[in-house]
Design a protein around this ligand. Structure first.
Ligand code: FAD
Ligand code: NAP
Length: 261
């Protein structure tokens, strides 16, 4: 394989399967630095005859930047799309296999979000990835006194990284509220604490606000949305009813977004 443009050759050093078609890859990639919330392109050689030598897609870092010191391994949470081009190939990678990595990029980062009394992170599916990185940075907690993480998935087993979330909960106590949502599974009585349905429904009936004991309003809150573009759109529409709008450099607002497709 000839040296390819800006791609750095990296190696898979770990793999974890959360559910069918939902997995994490740990990748050893020297000299890749990033800010929490950013993404990077992962690539594999394109099939023979392709115009581009490499087939790549963006994936958000799950690990915090500080975790790289000494280890140089990064973690990614990936949903395998059955008809997808790259994700089924990434799903086949095993420890020791090569994968190529680009440079970190993106503005879904703490510095781009104005300070507020509370930060509301809302994710669907693998869209929780950048929040897992951000939650493990001190900068986030220095900027926001309270943080809410709402994560919507189809099945309870897709509520990934419970140990990371539990560690944040232990460290931050009442400053942190985690609201998991399951939409396509009947919850058992012992699954207390998991909400049934979609994040959007819970915004309308203020379920999360009541449970967190915190108001979501334009005077005190900032919102970050990540994942399914339909969720990203719908939440923005619902928040517009509360007078909230996209935050842009020239026109400040309360909502920062990252749509995954
Ligand atoms: C900034 C950014 C960060 C991202 N980070 C992650 C991440 O951390 N983890 C992750 O799993 N994915 C992430 N994605 C999505 C990822 O880049 C790919 O789009 C995804 O893995 C599908 O690639 P594919 O080649 O398998 O499918 P493709 O052949 O490219 O896509 C098939 C079609 O499926 C749709 N699609 C893409 N992603 C999804 C999805 N998750 N669910 C349903 N439909 C989809 C698209 O409209 C596309 O046309 C991110 C996307 C962006 C833009
Ligand atoms: N992410 C994963 O955990 C995972 C695992 C295996 C395979 N995959 C594959 O990846 C693709 C996407 O999977 P996904 O689970 O991430 O899908 P998704 O369709 O984005 O669903 C994730 C969660 O978002 C909710 N949702 C969808 N549209 C919404 C909207 N407009 N507003 C609010 N909430 C909304 C879903 O609720 P509803 O159930 O009500 O739609 C579900 O709870 C699929 O092809 C799937 O086969 C994903």
């Amino acid at each position: 394989m000839p040296e390819i443009l800006h791609w750095k050759k990296a190696r898979v050093v770990g793999r974890f399967l959360w559910a069918e078609r939902l997995f994490s890859l740990r990748i050893e990639a020297p000299e890749v630095s990033f800010t929490a919330g950013q993404f990077v392109s992962l690539a594999l050689p394109a099939p023979a005859g392709s115009v581009e030598p490499m087939l790549s897609r963006p994936y958000s870092f799950v690990n915090a930047p500080s975790s790289v010191q000494g280890g140089e391994s990064h973690e990614f949470l990936i949903a395998e799309l059955p008809q997808g081009t790259l994700s089924p190939r990434l799903a086949k990678l095993r420890e020791g296999d090569a994968v190529w990595i680009g440079s970190a990029y993106g503005f879904f980062v703490c510095d781009e979000v104005p300070a507020a009394d509370s930060l509301w992170m809302m994710a669907t599916g693998a869209g929780i990835a950048p929040f897992l990185s951000l939650l493990r940075t001190d900068a986030l907690w220095q900027k926001f006194p309270r943080v809410v993480l709402a994560h919507g998935v189809r099945q309870a087993r897709e509520l990934v990284y419970p140990e990371v979330i539990a560690a944040v909960q232990r460290e931050r106590g009442e400053r942190f509220f985690y609201a998991p949502f399951v939409s396509r599974e009947v919850l058992r009585p012992e699954q207390r604490g998991i909400f049934s349905g979609r994040i959007t429904t819970a915004l309308v009936d203020k379920q999360i606000e009541k449970a967190a004991g915190l108001a979501l309003d334009k005077e005190t809150a900032q919102v970050m949305l990540c994942g399914n573009p339909a969720m990203v759109e719908e939440v923005q529409r619902l928040l517009a009813e509360r007078g909230m709008r996209r935050h842009r450099m020239r026109v400040p607002g309360q909502i920062t977004v990252e749509a995954y497709w």
